[in-house]
Design a protein around this ligand. Structure first.
Ligand SMILES: Cc1cc2nc3c(=O)[nH]c(=O)nc-3n(C[C@H](O)[C@H](O)[C@H](O)COP(=O)(O)OP(=O)(O)OC[C@H]3O[C@@H](n4cnc5c(N)ncnc54)[C@H](O)[C@@H]3O)c2cc1C
Length: 437
């Protein structure tokens, strides 16, 4: 180790990135008495962070017990809907349960700028040092081992026994340490989100809510203009989080910007009335890892672990990312604590973290959906033809025009067959079922 390295301040652990993954790791380690520094490029934790806004209670509580009593949450999620959109129609499914409105709750809506700030305060109170407005430029290596990070500040080299890369989807650290290649356009979605202010009572009346109850709507097909992607509306106390996204490769191929996509979705006849009179307060854009298990790299190397989006841990089928981030952060902290006990921060020792992830719901869920993204990418009919058939079938059955219901069913059937053969349809749905079963 160089002279400078020996004289610079050394931490037990440096965490890069103060999102849910980094803050979960830092909190667990600081609580265990380690000397921890969290380096964050934003003005404050949360200032750079984008999320639709559904935060799950159980994984968050594994790190921050009973957080809902003090954290700045928006609404308690009691209703979730799924809308299949075509240009003029929406086929709606949904579920609402009063049990979701009772402690300990299932999920909340949050605004990350406020929630991350609160989490960061818990991390500070646990004894960690948070260094904002500081960009990590590269890992500092000693041979194959990561021994610290180089920041953009003068004299900004920081050293530690171990570095946790929680620097999000573009993870410069994971790439520099050779764990991940540069991101592939068909393994990442570009998403945009607006926070649209509306009076509380307007939100409650439009979404059939009272008090702090909240609702979430996921939208498919025309919401992403027929590309692999989704749209969403989540209710906050006095605003709506409204967004959508699609695979980067398909946006490029079709020459569509994420902003075009969002404007298209907001103008949909089933969506526009929910947003009417609202005032856009924030506009945010971000990438979402969509590679699933195919995109997941090795999670640790000598002196470094990779967590959350940096490790591409997102279950896009269920719009879960923050929970995988929080739990992977906690697992990384557990692996660091064991490595410290053994005095061994080698790749072999830190591989315990990979094992914890493999044995958990994170790996099992990513494995379950491992073929999903590729399947839907190769079957655009699920984002155009089938939504259209579904909505037109519903329209036909609901139209009273003197024709018998049986003749309507026959018309629907033959119309579908004209557009796709029975064999093709059977193969499509069998393939879709296999990709999510
Ligand atoms: C539009 C959208 C909607 C979403 N909706 C949901 C949802 O409803 N529910 C859900 O669970 N998940 C959702 N997700 C996914 C979720 O937001 C992520 O999975 C989650 O934020 C990952 O957390 P993280 O800590 O790994 O990364 P991030 O939250 O991205 O945090 C990374 C942090 O690292 C910092 N950083 C990056 N590079 C550097 C550097 N070089 N130096 C210093 N700091 C750096 C960043 O500023 C940031 O604070 C959504 C994502 C998007 C984009």
């Amino acid at each position: 180790m160089s002279q400078t390295a020996q004289s610079a301040e050394k931490f037990d652990t440096i965490v890069v990135g103060a999102g849910p993954a980094g803050l979960s790791a830092a909190y667990t380690l600081a609580k265990a008495g380690l000397k921890v520094a969290v380096v964050e490029r934003g003005d404050f934790p949360g200032s750079k962070n984008v999320m639709g806004g559904v935060l799950y209670r159980q994984p968050t509580e594994e790190v921050f017990p009973e957080f809902w009593r003090t954290a700045p949450l928006e609404r308690v999620l009691i209703e979730q809907g799924a809308w299949v959109l075509t240009e003029k129609a929406a086929f709606k499914f949904g579920h609402r349960h009063q049990a979701f409105n009772e402690e300990p709750y299932n999920a909340f809506t949050v605004l990350r700028a406020r929630f991350d700030k609160w989490s960061a305060q818990q991390v500070r109170d646990a004894g960690a040092l948070i260094i904002p407005e500081t960009v990590v430029e590269s890992p500092i290596m000693d041979g194959e081992k990561v021994i610290g990070v180089r920041t953009g500040r003068p004299d900004g080299d920081l050293y530690a026994d171990v570095v946790i890369a929680a620097d999000g989807v573009n993870s410069l650290l994971a790439q520099a340490a050779g764990l991940r290649p540069e991101i592939d356009p068909d393994q990442v979605a570009v998403a945009v989100k607006e926070v649209i202010a509306l009076p509380r009572e307007v939100i409650e009346s439009r979404f059939n809510l009272t008090g702090d109850q909240g609702a979430a709507i996921e939208m498919y097909a025309d919401a992403s203009w027929g590309m692999v992607g989704t749209g969403f509306i989540y209710t906050n106390k006095e605003s709506l989080s409204v967004g959508c996204g699609a695979l980067l490769s398909q946006l490029i191929e079709r020459g569509v910007t994420p902003n075009d996509l969002l404007e298209h979705m907001k103008a949909h006849p089933a969506v526009a009335p929910l947003l009417e009179g609202g005032e856009t307060r924030e506009y945010l854009a971000h990438l979402i890892p969509e590679g699933g298990l195919r995109g997941m790299p090795r999670l640790s190397t000598h002196g470094m672990l990779v967590v959350g989006d940096a490790a591409m841990l997102v279950n896009s089928m269920h719009r879960e990312g923050s929970n995988l981030a929080i739990i992977s952060g906690k697992f990384a902290a557990q692996a660091v604590l064991r490595a410290r006990e053994w005095g061994d921060y080698s790749a072999e020792s830190l591989n315990y973290y990979d094992q914890l992830v493999r044995d958990s719901f994170i790996y099992k869920d990513l494995y379950k959906y491992r073929n999903m993204s590729r399947f839907f990418e190769r079957h655009p009919e699920f984002f155009a033809l089938y939504p259209d058939l579904l909505n037109e079938a519903a329209r036909e059955m609901l139209t009273v025009d003197g024709k018998s219901k049986r003749s309507k069913q026959r018309a629907i059937f033959w119309d579908a067959l004209r557009k796709r053969s029975l064999v093709r349809m059977a193969l499509d749905f069998y393939g879709a079922w296999r990709s999510v079963a």
